[in-house]
Design a protein around this ligand. Sequence first.
Ligand SMILES: Nc1ncnc2c1ncn2[C@@H]1O[C@H](COP(=O)(O)OP(=O)(O)OP(=O)(O)O)[C@@H](O)[C@H]1O
Ligand SMILES: [Mg+2]
Length: 360
Amino acid sequence: MAEDVKEASTSQLSTGYSAAKQEEYNIYLKKITSLFHQKIAKKMDSSAKLTDFERRTILGTGAYGVVYLVKHIGAENYYAMKALEKAKIVKLKQIEHTYNEKTILCGLDFPFVVHMKYFFKDNVYIYFVMPFIGGGEMFFHLRNESKFNENYAKFYASQVLLALEYLHACSLVYRDLKPENILIDRVGYTKLTDFGFCKFLHGRTWTLCGTPEYLAPEIILSKGYGTTVDWWSFGVLIYEMCAGYPPFFASEPMKVYEKIVTGKYRNPAHFSPALIDLLSHTLVLDVTRRFGNLKNGMLDFKNHKWFSEINWDHIFNGRTPAPFVPKTDSPGDTQQFDLYDTEKIKECSFCMFEKEFKDF
Ligand SMILES: Nc1ncnc2c1ncn2[C@@H]1O[C@H](COP(=O)(O)OP(=O)(O)OP(=O)(O)O)[C@@H](O)[C@H]1O
Ligand SMILES: [Mg+2]
């Protein structure tokens, strides 16, 4: 594939989204990113506590804790409550990542990303409470359908692109794009969740983090990297949505990495020429030739032939009808989630790791 990239023609370009439109959108982005920074500087206030919520079921589990569906007792609204165990965060050296996650979630305000509603801590855990996104993980739907047709995939990809564009404008690199972290809301639009690896980017960064199949080659090769890693993962995501499996996979992470750094992957026979072309500009080893990182910025994606049916303004405003609306019967309905056994919230008579989480 790397060879093909050099020859990539410009015949897959359309010009639906003009430079002037992008300029206008950039002005808007500037406004909302300055709001993001203001919200962070102001420090969100939260006096919520565990007893304000009634715990229902477990929506997800991770290395540091669990995510519960909860109902706010007074307001009757449903939320997703991520409970992170302080001891695990400390043991796995994730204190800084957790601070980042909290700060970032408090500042976010964009249609295609989740945001913080409340946060608090107790002796054992720290808690993030976000609006409950009821349509389930993209992962759940992708597994059920085995793959998405390209129209579904481009509808989802368009929102993920706008979300990444917003995050990058906020000086953030996301670093954990994958179908498990993309939620579908009750009208069928996507929201990115899990800001556990998201961080403020000042220049380059070096940390190896993310999910093996989605890691960009420059992370694996321990080169300093920036937001280009998210565009690589974006290519992996588009490929996985359309193929039903990721472009680089193997039984062990080491073997996955070996494949990624070669940059070679195969396109299934059913991929359209436009999709193949888009991937060849996204899954490209050389970051100086990767879409998202070139002089035309987002226009390379927004005007690519594969996205030609996308009306970017309509997507942003939620005016494009979703190709698939997950079935939900009520606001707290979890039929679109794989549920887990409930876990008891641990208690402790003293405050664990008080010093480490003092500013939380
Ligand atoms: N706002 C939300 N609404 C509905 N479900 C959510 C929400 N946030 C998270 N979830 C569910 O919980 C799962 C786990 O959440 P998340 O990805 O934030 O944690 P994690 O993967 O355990 O985090 P980490 O990678 O930091 O350990 C998600 O994949 C999703 O299924
Ligand atoms: Mg996750």
